[in-house]
Design a protein around this ligand. Sequence first.
Ligand SMILES: Nc1nc2c(c(=O)[nH]1)N[C@H]1C(S)=C(S)[C@@H](COP(=O)(O)OP(=O)(O)OC[C@H]3O[C@@H](n4cnc5c(=O)[nH]c(N)nc54)[C@H](O)[C@@H]3O)O[C@H]1N2
Ligand SMILES: Nc1nc2c(c(=O)[nH]1)N[C@H]1C(S)=C(S)[C@@H](COP(=O)(O)OP(=O)(O)OC[C@H]3O[C@@H](n4cnc5c(=O)[nH]c(N)nc54)[C@H](O)[C@@H]3O)O[C@H]1N2
Ligand SMILES: [Mo]
Length: 763
Amino acid sequence: MTTKSVRPYGGPAGGWGALKALSEALLVQRAPLKGAATLSRMNQPEGFDCPGCAWPDPKHTSSFEFCENGGKAIAWETTSKRCTPEFFAEHTVTELASWNDYDLEMVGRLTHPMAYDSASDRYLPVAWSEAFDMIGRELRALPDPNMAEFYTSGRTSNEAAFLYQLFVREYGTNNFPDCSNMCHEATSVGLPYSLGVGKGTVLLEDFDKADCIFIFGQNPGTNSPRMMTSLRNAARRGAAIMSFNPFRERALERFQAPQSPVEMVTLSSTTISSKLFQVRVGGDVAVLKGIMKILVEADEAARAAEQPEILDWDFIRGHTAGVEALVDDLERTQWPDIERQSGLTREDMAYAAAAYMKAERAILVYGMGITQHWRGANNVQQIANLALLRGNVGREGAGVCPVRGHSNVQGDRTVGITEVPKADFLARLEQRFGFKPPVAPGHNVVTALEAMIRGEVKAFFAMGGNFAAAIPDWQATRAALGKLDLTVHVSTKLNRSHLIHGRAALILPCLGRTEIDVQASGPQSVTVEDSMSMVHASGGRNKPASEHLRSEVAIIAGVAKATLGERTVVDWDGFVADYDRIRDAIEAVFPIFQGYNARIRVPGGFHLTSTARERIWTTPSGKANFLVFPGCGEDPPESDPDSLWLTTIRSHDQYNTTLYSMSDRYRGVFGQRDVIFLNEYELRKRGLADGDRVDLITASTDGAERIVRNFRVVAYSFPNGCCAAYYPETNPLVPLYARDPLSFTPSYKGVPIRLVRSAATGE
Ligand SMILES: Nc1nc2c(c(=O)[nH]1)N[C@H]1C(S)=C(S)[C@@H](COP(=O)(O)OP(=O)(O)OC[C@H]3O[C@@H](n4cnc5c(=O)[nH]c(N)nc54)[C@H](O)[C@@H]3O)O[C@H]1N2
Ligand SMILES: Nc1nc2c(c(=O)[nH]1)N[C@H]1C(S)=C(S)[C@@H](COP(=O)(O)OP(=O)(O)OC[C@H]3O[C@@H](n4cnc5c(=O)[nH]c(N)nc54)[C@H](O)[C@@H]3O)O[C@H]1N2
Ligand SMILES: [Mo]
């Protein structure tokens, strides 16, 4: 285990540091040879889709593109370590609950279906058929199907996700809490009001043509490292890259491309951001409004002087509605408010605005720093406003680019994982299958948790993920999870969610992306959709981690048959035998998948058309809409003047709740994760110093105590009034009520907290 230390990281992102880190990861997982061979098949025409992030690959036809964190995701899946029935026999669940998240996943791949036995407080091996029967019995016993929740995490393939929603709807509910509800839901809900679509409007090749790229609240060097290739190329072409982030994230500063022999040998690197603005946590709306205010003023001045227009008035008049209200609001918005809220100066915003005005083509990229706020959906709409003002949507080299998280989180949504299904989708589902799907809206993550807390939910089924660690407000939400009658997890690795279980509990181990999936008609491929709406096939080659593993598709079919029995109208076995049939069914229900099976056999797959990209606006007004954000506060006003806004972030060495190590190389933190970053000014104000230990306490408005203890203070370059700490360790601090009213996205990036010196000090 790395010794605890905090020391600045001198090198650029990427480069030799990344190669070294990946080879260490392969070693830790005792997967060096298999892992390395597997890596070479990642994102290849005949290979599997990287289970890491959702960033697209150049047509899936290129030579191997090195990615440190994609490599770690593979190492964690291809590990030679195993979590066997013998392991479970040696440890009670109570004992395992005291282990940390890193140690739990480090046990290795799950090998056998396991059922909880309360007498011995252990998970015991169970036959698949028994596991299915048990689920069927419990689900059938519920008086109302809406008392069950069906969660999806975004690694699930289109085929598995489609069958999953089919089963759940035939069972009778729309309760589909989804990891997307904690992630880009603000995009899925907010963006359609603006552009008619809840997805991005750019393709990878647009990055090669953009003159200017803005990046708001997204950390590409860690969370979508293959994006660094596009950014590096853009920077070298002279495109202006403007980053808005409270951290000076290393990869946003300097990047050494592992695929560039010159940079690797000469130890040189490329400067990425032309300018990096350390915006306050929750300050992006103020920045966006500041930039737009400058654009509008500059446009008025230019037109008065009969100079060329700054705003794209042809586009605005022909394609949009609502610009007058936006301009009125911008005129009313005052600079002191913008500066206070953003933590930036008017000159900063003028600098960014100048780059934007100069650019013929601009791309606006954003991530969790925008979506995970109390007004996340409205934040997203301000990004769309900025794009629309200069007609930067539906043109080559321009557009809005939300960077999705999980590798198929977007596809899962496309094929029907939604708690608010549209009528035309349900009609086509009924037409194709002949049962009446439920129409009443179901639960998202937040409303599912609220229903659990009220005692209205009895069963929780998870298709992947680590729900109990990813959700907010652990004290209340985990207590509710522990009171359920049934919890089922389809998983590859042991995690926290298996240990916070219902009266009856099952762990069902499934194949990973890298593994061969053989069914009656032969080896199967699945398909996934990336952040840019490209759909392509993914087929594993590795021998499965255990002979007892089943594919997610086969597991869903088993559960469906056991639950629905005679009443089902679906040929589940037929679907499992040949996944082409599932794709035909998807095509029948979703016409955008026309020619699905043929098109995924073309290397690189195909693009799902985006209406906004074609400048067709499927909004009620038939136009793209400028939408007003009143004021500058995306999070509510502080109830406590002493509070700091906490943002909860990922380290470089984690994949969501999966920890690759306890270190965060680029931010210079080693061997520990219980740290809080804040600046010297805020430390002095509180009589604290680097290295001190503090408790973090939420400034709650509901009377509940939310606290995490004994965090090490790290003095860091960070804006005033805010601080940062890692997810998921700080999830107990995020109140369930702290969420966006439109999209229900938890405000993971805006939690008001107080610091109190810890009673226990020292390391
Ligand atoms: N290796 C790796 N890859 C991943 C993941 C992973 O955990 N590890 N997770 C996957 C998933 S599911 C997702 S959703 C994505 C997440 O990828 P990102 O969207 O990059 O998510 P985060 O790291 O949570 O936060 C992004 C950045 O926002 C900044 N930030 C925090 N608060 C604010 C704010 O108020 N304003 C602004 N402007 N910036 C802010 C943080 O400093 C950080 O740099 O990555 C995906 N890819
Ligand atoms: N405080 C705070 N909380 C957050 C966030 C934040 O920024 N801050 N981010 C939120 C976001 S963006 C997201 S997306 C969620 C993530 O929430 P989840 O998607 O629920 O969590 P993961 O950590 O990605 O899930 C990891 C588990 O997935 C299982 N797994 C891995 N591969 C497979 C597979 O191929 N099939 C199956 N069936 N299982 C597999 C393994 O058992 C592993 O333990 O967390 C959210 N929570
Ligand atoms: Mo995510």
